[in-house]
Write a protein that binds this ligand. Sequence first.
Ligand code: HEC
Ligand code: HEC
Length: 345
Amino acid sequence: MTEQPIVSNAWLYAPAASAGNGMQKNERVRLTIPIVALAAFLGVAGPVNAQEPPAWAYPLMEEGRGRGPDDGTLLSTPDSDLEFTQTEINDRFNPPDWYPDEHPPMPEVVAHGRPPLVRACAQCHMPHGMGHPESSSMVGLTVNYVVQQMRNYKSGERRSLDDRRHNSMVEIASDITEHEVREAAEYFAQLTPVKWVTVIETDRVPETYVGAGNMRHAEPEGGMEPIGQRIVEIPEDSHRAELRDSHSGFIAYVPPGSVEAGRELAATGGGKTLQCDICHGPDLRGLADIPPLAGRSPIYTARQLLDIKHGVRTGAAAALMVPVVANLSDEDILNLAAYAASLEP
Ligand code: HEC
Ligand code: HEC
C-alpha cells in the first residue's frame, strides 16, 4: 500500500537521477517509506526528531494581548464603503466581504459555512483566498489536492506540531461533506493569486508581540531588536489585518543572505535534498496536484516543512516530501521559506 505512491510517481524522480547522485536519492526514498508506514502503524504522532521546532514558525497568542470587548463601533477601511462591527468581523459564519465585486460569487460553504462545525472558509482564508500567516493561502491549489488534504485532516494523517494549528481544520474536516469540499475547492481554484507578502532582508526588526488569532504584530510603541535566526512576519497594517481586509498584506523580515541561500538550495539540492522545481514546477508555481510555494507566507511554508520532517504531516503524497526534509536543518528550512516567499505568486 505504501509502495504505490512511489511507483506511480516514479517519473518525478527521473530528473533528480539524471542530475547525479540519483541512486542515493532513490534509495533514501525507499528507506524512509517503511519508517513512515511503521510510525503510522504504531500510531506514533510525536516528533520523529526530538529537537524543539523553532518558535518563530509557530507563534501563539500572548496572555492579555487578545482583542478588547466590542463597543459596537462601526469599523471601516479606506478602500471599501462598507462598515462592520468587531463582532461582525469575527463572525465564524458570516465573515466580512469588504470587496464583493472583486471575486466570483462565493458558494455557501465559503461565505457562511454550515453551523455548528463547518466554519466559513472565507473567515480565515479570506474571500480572495490569500489567507493570513496563521492559516494558508488557498490560491493555486487544485481541487484534487484540497479534497485529499481535507481527507487527511479528518483521518489524522495531517496534523501540526502544535494542536492549535490544526484543530480548526480537523473540526471542519470532521463534518464537511465531499460536495461542500469540492464547491469550496472549485471556488478557490479559479482565483488569481496576488502579491501578498513582501520579503525584506534585514538584521534588525521591530519588536513584536503575538495577538488574537496567533497573529504577530509590531509593538505599537516598540523599538528595534536583532532578527537572529528568525522570520518575523507581520501585517503591513495591523488594524487592517484585524479587519480581515484583503487589500492589506504582510511583510516578512528575513535574515540577510537567506533568500540567496534558499535559492541555491532549492535549485541544486545542495547534496542534502532534492531540487524543489522537479515537483513544484518552474518558479515553484505548482505542478499538476503538487501545490505552489511561490509568494506564500514563509512561516506557513516553514511550518509545513517542519511538520513533515517531524512526522506529523503524513499521507501518501506527503511521503514524497519525507526525503526532501530529512536532512534539512532549521536554518535550511528558514532559507527555503524566505526564498519561496520572495517569488512572484
Ligand atoms: C478558523 C480558521 C479556518 C477556517 C474557518 C478554515 N480554515 Fe482551512 N486552514 C486553517 C489553518 C490554520 C490551516 C493550516 C493548518 C495546518 O498547518 O495544517 C488551514 C489549512 C487549510 C488547507 C491546507 C492548505 C494547503 O496548502 O495544504 C486547506 C485545503 C483548507 N485549509 C481548506 C479549508 C476549507 C475548504 C475551509 C472551509 C470549509 C477552511 N479551510 C476553513 C484555518 C481555517
Ligand atoms: C519528489 C517530489 C517533491 C520534491 C522534490 C519536493 N516536493 Fe514539496 N511536496 C511534494 C508533494 C507531493 C507535496 C504535497 C504533500 C501532501 O499532499 O501532503 C509537497 C508539499 C510541500 C509543501 C507543503 C505545501 C502546502 O501547501 O502545504 C511544502 C512547503 C513543500 N512541499 C516544500 C518543498 C521544498 C522547499 C522542496 C525543495 C527543497 C520540495 N518541496 C521538493 C513533492 C515534492
